[in-house]
Design a binder for this molecule. Structure first.
Ligand SMILES: C[S@@+](CC[C@H](N)C(=O)[O-])C[C@H]1O[C@@H](n2cnc3c(N)ncnc32)[C@H](O)[C@@H]1O
Length: 224
């Protein structure tokens, strides 16, 4: 049985055109010999420019996606092809991570790979598709996966636990787990309306990669 993990509404995007000429963007791009219109939005460099864009507090965090993906794809569950991983972005792009894909652990190399992906829409390595990017909204992705259940994890969901979440997944014939790829705030209604259940797995707000690591561990225990 194949389970899916979606990292949803992820804070991963190219610098919006509105702030592409801001000095913080131009300077960072020049330092790295890149085109300002092709660099990833990153709060650690573009903080000043981001004052001019809406919902800045939940944008420009490619590091969250990097750590989350690295956490997910080196687990036995993913390596044994029991889990497929998708990154849905707040601009409704969906990145499909290819079977057995390896991604750089170095953050600058990951950023360059993502910038290349946004340009070319596909990263191929030795004839295998490593990453594939297409325009697709969250509803479209869920329809395509046709899971028997969609469980969203949120601190403000129904009180539960990692083990209970994994147990609910085990009762179905294939499910999808959704974790937010943003630093603050909660899922938008367009995403949460697709959930069959919203569960809180810990009383504290946790980092996305911690939630992913512990979720996969419990899924491995249940699914073997
Ligand atoms: C950094 S959090 C986003 C911030 C949000 N305020 C929150 O606490 O859910 C990233 C993601 O981790 C998951 N998450 C974090 N803490 C959680 C908890 N206690 N229970 C369930 N999911 C959690 C959610 O999927 C969330 O969207």
């Amino acid at each position: 049985m194949l389970l899916s993990l979606i990292i949803a509404e992820s804070a991963l995007e190219i610098v919006p055109s509105k702030i592409v000429s801001h000095p913080s963007v131009v300077n960072q791009a020049r330092r790295e010999s890149k085109k300002p219109q092709e660099v990833l939005l990153d709060r650690s460099y573009h903080h000043a420019a981001m004052r001019n864009i809406p919902e800045a507090y939940r944008r420009g965090r490619p590091d969250i996606i990097h750590i989350s993906l690295i956490t997910a794809i080196y687990t036995p569950f993913f390596l044994e092809d029991k889990l497929q991983v998708f990154v849905h972005t707040r601009e409704d792009k969906v990145i499909t991570v290819g079977k057995g894909a390896r991604l750089p652990k170095s953050y600058p190399r990951f950023v360059s790979l993502m910038e290349q992906l946004f340009q070319q829409k596909k990263i191929v390595s030795e004839d295998n598709i490593l990453l594939d990017l297409k325009q697709e909204n969250f509803t479209g992705l869920v329809k395509r996966l046709r899971p028997e259940t969609v469980i969203g994890l949120s601190r403000i969901g129904k009180k539960s636990s990692f083990a209970e979440m994994a147990g609910s997944m085990a009762k179905t014939n294939g499910g999808t787990l959704v974790i937010g790829g943003f630093p603050r705030g909660h899922f938008s209604n367009t995403v949460s309306k697709e959930f069959d259940r919203i569960l809180s797995v810990h009383e504290q707000p946790l980092e996305a990669h911690v939630v992913i690591a512990r979720s996969i561990y419990e899924l491995e225990r249940v699914f073997g």
